[in-house]
Design a binder for this molecule. Structure first.
Ligand code: NAD
Ligand code: MG
Length: 286
């Protein structure tokens, strides 16, 4: 695991790719050991091609789950790598390219995941978008605003609505929130607002779905080394990324995935619903 406290300067364009990152993120490829916490489960991880989503896909597979991964068509290379790791764990991996900003595509991803896996137990709403290369609300373009709100909120609603036609008693939904919901950065004010909304939605949906035996939770990561960062932050922010946390460094995707396993598994979280679990390197999530 990279314990270095600074990153070399680097920039990409969204959505970014793992191959172009220095250093390469750690998704738990060599470290994650499963212990049968999700045996026979079927999971959909949106944005599972790279970053936190890839680490979740690998961990879920090693816990015994079959995994469907959704991603943007231009991320085929990253998605293929995730699929190789899932299949190396002896589990099925279904690849579902498509832009979730489109309603029919978003709903279709959930239905295809359930159809091709033969059911659905866990939905991980992980796909997300931000743009931080700006200084003021005056710099927020309508195109950015559309992309942030559509990806982080509209798509989450559409995928969740469709997935709930398949998820039953004992299933769960896990939303990827952010430390930005609690400590917003001025450069990310639209993104931060969507993450605060996701926390609100998580609590409310847990109340609605509890009677159906479906749990709903969120994970709120701090700064994690993924393609999203070099693709959307300024170079200056990248070189010091994560240094302002109490632990003094950015986290790796491999350090976030166990929180998703914990929340998904009936072994560890059968009575956990409506909560937001911080994985922030020490920043407060309340
Ligand atoms: P990432 O770039 O590896 O993953 C984000 C994924 O979202 C992309 O791979 C892409 O497949 C998907 N996506 C984006 N727009 C999409 C669209 N229109 N249609 C379909 N898929 C789309 O980066 P990551 O950091 O692992 O991001 C995963 C989640 O973690 C996001 O929700 C992000 O907000 C959240 N998060 C990240 C950090 C961090 O520091 N990296 C911190 C807090 C929260
Ligand atoms: Mg990606």
């Amino acid at each position: 695991m990279n314990q270095d406290q600074s990153f070399p300067p680097q920039q990409q364009e969204p959505p970014g790719s793992t191959e172009q990152m220095t250093p390469t993120p750690d998704h738990g490829e060599e470290s994650y050991v499963g212990s049968e916490k999700l045996v026979g489960y079927k999971a959909l991880v949106t944005g599972g091609d790279s970053g936190i989503g890839r680490a979740v896909a690998i961990a879920f597979a090693r816990e015994g789950a079959d995994v469907a991964v959704s991603y943007l068509p231009e991320e085929e290379q990253d998605a293929t790598t995730t699929a190789q790791w899932v299949r190396a764990a002896g589990r099925q991996c279904v690849l579902l390219p498509g832009d979730l900003q489109d309603e029919a595509t978003a709903r279709g991803v959930a239905h295809r995941a359930a159809g091709e896996l033969g059911g659905l137990d866990v939905l991980v709403n992980n796909a997300g978008y931000q743009m931080a290369r700006r200084e003021s609300i005056a710099d927020v373009t309508t195109a950015d605003l559309d992309r942030v709100l559509k990806t982080n909120l509209y798509a989450l609603f559409w995928v969740t609505q469709a997935a709930l036609e398949h998820i039953g008693d004992g299933g769960s939904i896990i939303n990827n929130s952010s430390i930005q919901a609690f400590q917003p950065s001025t450069t990310l004010l639209d993104y931060a607002a969507t993450k605060a909304a996701i926390n609100n939605l998580t609590v409310n949906l847990a109340a609605e779905l509890g009677p159906r035996g479906i749990r709903v939770n969120a994970v709120a990561p701090g700064p994690i080394w993924t393609p999203l960062q070099p693709a959307t932050q300024t170079e200056e922010k990248i070189t010091s990324f994560g240094a302002d946390t109490p632990l003094g460094r950015a986290g790796q995707p491999a350090e976030v995935a166990p929180a998703f396993v914990f929340l998904a598994s009936p072994v560890t979280a059968s009575y956990v619903s409506g909560t937001v679990l911080g994985v922030t390197g020490g920043k407060p999530v309340f």
